[in-house]
Ligand binder design. Structure first.
Ligand SMILES: CSC[C@H]1O[C@@H](n2cnc3c(O)ncnc32)[C@H](O)[C@@H]1O
Ligand SMILES: [Zn+2]
Length: 435
């Protein structure tokens, strides 16, 4: 194994390109960026030196909406409409998931995210204690939420409350600064107002985040208005779920007033363009309204069954292209804003630092191959990163100064892939045996 991956201590990335300039980046033992510039090496006595020549440094990417262990369901059910896809294929299979599946699937998802430059993610799923173990093993950052669904049933709500409280206590007991916990009310169509209110109150009391799906489809909006007499964002607001600690995924069918409401409440809207196009939700997130209102807009992949990968580099391109196409504006969401969405906006949403390469920031750093085909010629590095490259251009990944991948090598890769393949096979076999 590459000795740079196993080494621990202070670190120097020598002669790397940032914004067209060649600099050194010094990282101290705590994993903080100590200095950037020609004299950076003087600030530390580096235990590890990474050759940054032919490399472009960018901040680590942040995936603000996913269901990581759905990596096991990649390609299991495609080309369907959302409600049928969930109710006929995904939920029946998920009923057979075990904690071991979620561990294998989350480790596998972490591997895929690391290989494409992601250092942190916002996850909502089941058996999240096992997801936490996987994140811990892989060295990433994550905010983990148990997916709370009560379907309006009091008994189920009590069970979901217990599961949420148990996860919060568990994550707290890990005392791992890279792993946080959030409350995860799935959506207004799967959680009752009572359930939403409990989630909001509990999140406030525990000072933790809220992770929710919002206005993904027109049907969600129409049904919500028919059942509750108000649009989904207003229902969430009435229940206390719109806060500066809230990440709302999708937000495709928000109207202009709802965009202003999200901005006023300090909510982060997570754009998931590949999933939205694949499930043909028929409207792109109104990014221009959210931006005009001053909302924080970040980027997510959604789960591997509606994407079907976790490559946030690729997602930046989908976001930039979908916004231009859907709103008929080639100037909307330029490359620099797509990168900001995938880095600083995501870091702001999850509270993982500024999401920039600046002194004092956590050393969450990605090195891209400046000699790759997708980076040649290199007139504007942001343009190449968003429009030409994908995760394959990522060579080295650091999270809090720890090297998770170097020269595309991640420790244990073969075993992680083998175990995920076996878990996926066994999950589908179990589901078939029971039917
Ligand atoms: C309760 S854990 C999360 C839950 O969400 C399901 N899911 C995956 N993708 C989507 C989507 O695009 N919209 C709504 N719900 C989705 C996932 O399968 C889990 O059951
Ligand atoms: Zn989702």
């Amino acid at each position: 194994m590459n000795e740079i991956i196993t080494a621990r201590g202070s670190l120097l990335i020598a002669g790397v390109t940032i914004d067209g300039a060649t600099v050194d980046i010094a990282v101290d033992e705590k994993g903080t960026i100590a200095a950037i510039g020609k004299d950076a090496k003087k600030t530390i006595d580096a235990d590890i030196v990474i050759d940054g020549s032919d490399r472009i440094a960018v901040p680590g990417l942040v995936n603000t909406h996913t269901h990581a262990a759905m990596s096991l369901l990649r390609g299991y059910a495609d080309d369907m409409i959302l409600q049928d896809w969930l109710s006929q294929k995904i939920w029946p299979l998920e009923a057979h998931l075990t904690g071991d599946d979620v561990y294998a699937g989350t480790r596998f998802a972490c591997l895929e995210m690391i290989k494409s430059g992601t250092v942190a993610f916002n996850d909502m799923y089941f058996f999240m204690d096992r997801a936490a173990a996987a994140v811990d093993d892989m060295g990433m950052r994550a905010t983990l939420a148990y997916g709370f669904i009560d379907l309006g049933m009091e008994e189920k709500r009590e069970a979901e409350i217990k599961a949420t409280e148990t996860l919060v206590a568990h994550v707290r007991s890990l005392d791992n600064p890279r792993i946080r916990v959030a409350v995860g009310p799935h959506s207004v169509y799967t959680v009752s107002p009572e359930g939403l209110r409990w989630c909001a109150e509990y999140a406030a009391e525990q000072e933790i985040g809220i992770h929710v799906h919002l206005s993904e489809t027109e049907k969600e909006v129409v049904d919500c208005v028919a059942r509750f007499g108000k649009r989904p964002a207003y229902l969430l607001d009435d229940c206390g779920c719109l806060t500066p600690r809230t990440v709302a995924a999708h937000c495709c069918w928000l109207d202009e007033a709802e965009c202003r409401l999200l901005a006023e409440r300090g909510v982060t809207a997570s754009h998931n363009p590949a999933s939205n196009m694949k499930l043909a939700v028929n409207r792109a997130m109104p990014y221009h309204w959210l931006k005009a209102a001053g909302a924080n807009v970040s980027l997510g992949t959604d789960g591997c069954s509606s994407n079907n990968n976790l490559d946030l580099m690729e997602e930046m391109k989908f976001a930039a292209l979908l916004q231009k196409f859907a709103w008929n504006s080639p100037t909307l969401l330029p490359a620099g804003e797509a990168i900001e969405m995938a880095t600083a906006a995501g870091a702001r949403a999850l509270g993982t630092g500024p999401g920039t390469l600046t002194v004092g920031a956590p050393a969450d750093i990605v090195l891209l191959d400046a000699r790759a085909v997708c980076n040649t010629p290199l007139f504007h590095a942001d343009s190449n990163a968003v429009y030409a490259c994908n995760g394959g251009a990522v060579m080295t990944v650091l999270c809090q100064g720890r090297v998770l991948m170097h020269e595309r090598e991640v420790p244990g890769e073969e075993e992680i892939v083998r175990e995920a393949a076996a878990a996926a096979r066994s999950l589908v076999d179990r589901a078939q045996d029971s039917s």
